[in-house]
Design a protein around this ligand. Structure first.
Ligand code: HEC
Ligand code: HEC
Ligand code: HEC
Length: 351
């Protein structure tokens, strides 16, 4: 009996010690799991904010649209720099201050979520989320260049650079400078004698750094040195290229189409590119004024709206869409905004 009791006591003590030992062993794994759960939670919060607020400039895969910087390579930036950049923005650029402390809309938790996403998240998952929500930003206006034309250009002396320049120009510059460098309402012609005799280094500088305070952005983020040189070669040798029979096919701009289909297209485009700032159905947010507003709509012409959308509003958050949306897309947006006009409330906004 006594011996039995002692035996039970011994067993109980042993069990207790074993349980304690296991608890001590398990503690770090539990902690690791909790930390991992916290990280996943932060990343998914970051993703939700990203697809709503950041995608229109930095792209659905963080690849950086047009001249906006890529974030899928910013993972090497330390957390503190990332936090400051997102909270305070970058003065004098379209990168706004998003932190509540700076009058923005994002809490510290949300900013930390974005940082977790940038440093440890998956851009594939971001793309998938954006796709599921139907908010993948629209393609840029791209003039198609037939293969035969590339072959012709390549056969000129130094043709490889010219072919690269031609492709890059068609993809990135036609919307403003015209399909054949002839210029447009938005930007000057590049097929001028003055530019042909301008020092190449000076042209490189203007393209890389842009012209501050105008629609001409700096392309140094978007292009390699070789690519900039190729575009400069194209500009300077354009006459020669044209003599060889090169003419980039014109993407036709249609007159304002007021059909219900245009309104639907405009509504869809609005919900992708404008809603994060101008709010659902254009009712405005803290960041940007209401467009669904009789005072505004009655006071502006279609041409003026076109101008504002294409050129942006310098010195504010309103981006210039001229290089990113086609004429037809901008027209769809105008038609969509006009569809509000009959019922738009009168909103006097503090601006
Ligand atoms: C309207 C366009 C626009 C939007 C929207 C935007 N950004 Fe930016 N962002 C920029 C520009 C332009 C820069 C580069 C500023 C500069 O030249 O230093 C930038 C820079 C950055 C950088 C620094 C990248 C680097 O390599 O230096 C980070 C990080 C960043 N943005 C994060 C965000 C996040 C997160 C959001 C969403 C909350 C966001 N941005 C929304 C335009 C935008
Ligand atoms: C969103 C519209 C837009 C896009 C896209 C654009 N530019 Fe420009 N570009 C302008 C404007 C506007 C100016 C005139 C700036 C000024 O007032 O000095 C300009 C000026 C220039 C100049 C200087 C012209 C001069 O006479 O001094 C060059 C060179 C140039 N752009 C090249 C390019 C190239 C190459 C691309 C494509 C990689 C491009 N631009 C894309 C709007 C644009
Ligand atoms: C990153 C935020 C942002 C995005 C995205 C944005 N806007 Fe704006 N927009 C603004 C701001 C800020 C203003 C006010 C500028 C000012 O102070 O004059 C503005 C002004 C405007 C105006 C002039 C309104 C007025 O009362 O004068 C129009 C029109 C407009 N935006 C259309 C659009 C359209 C169409 C889109 C989508 C293609 C768009 N915006 C996307 C921030 C944005």
């Amino acid at each position: 009996m006594n011996r039995n009791l002692a035996w039970i006591g011994f067993m109980a003590t042993g069990l207790l010690m074993l349980t304690l030992a296991m608890a001590v062993l398990r503690e770090p794994t539990l902690q690791a799991r909790a930390a991992d759960q916290q990280l996943q939670q932060a990343i998914s919060e970051g993703m939700a904010v990203y697809v709503e607020q950041c995608i229109i400039c930095h792209g659905a895969s963080g690849e950086g649209l047009v001249t906006y910087p890529a974030l899928n390579i910013a993972s090497s930036m330390d957390s503190e720099t990332l936090f400051k950049t997102i909270e305070r923005g970058r003065y004098g650029t379209q990168m706004a201050a998003y932190g509540v402390a700076e009058g923005g809309i994002l809490s510290d938790t949300q900013i930390n979520g974005l940082i977790a996403l940038i440093q440890q998240g998956s851009w594939q998952a971001v793309y998938a989320l954006a796709d599921a929500k139907g908010v993948i930003p629209p393609e840029m206006v791209v003039a198609e260049i037939p293969e035969a034309m590339i072959t012709t250009v390549s056969s000129l002396p130094g043709g490889e650079a010219l072919a690269t320049g031609l492709k890059l120009y068609a993809e990135n510059c036609t919307a403003c400078h015209g399909v054949n460098l002839e210029g447009s309402a938005l930007a000057p012609a590049l097929n001028t004698e003055t530019l042909r005799v301008t020092d190449s280094l000076e042209l490189v500088r203007r393209i890389e750094q842009g012209v501050p305070g105008t629609l001409m952005a700096g392309w140094d983020n978007a292009f390699t040195d070789i690519e900039v040189d190729a575009v400069v070669a194209l500009i300077q040798r354009w006459q020669e290229v044209q003599t060889a029979g090169i003419a980039i096919p014109v993407v036709e701009a249609k007159p304002l189409d007021m059909s219900p289909e245009a309104i639907t297209r405009g509504a869809r485009l609005f919900s992708i590119t404008c809603v994060s700032c101008h709010g659902q159905s254009g009712y405005g947010t803290q960041i940007a004024p209401a467009l669904n507003n009789a005072l505004f709509l009655d006071g502006v012409s279609d041409t003026q709206i076109h101008q504002i959308i294409a050129m942006g509003v310098n010195g504010t958050l309103m981006p210039a869409w001229g290089g990113r949306l086609s004429e037809a897309q901008i027209n769809d947006l105008i038609v969509y905004m006009r569809s509000w006009q009959g019922s738009a409330p009168v909103i006097t906004q503090p601006r």
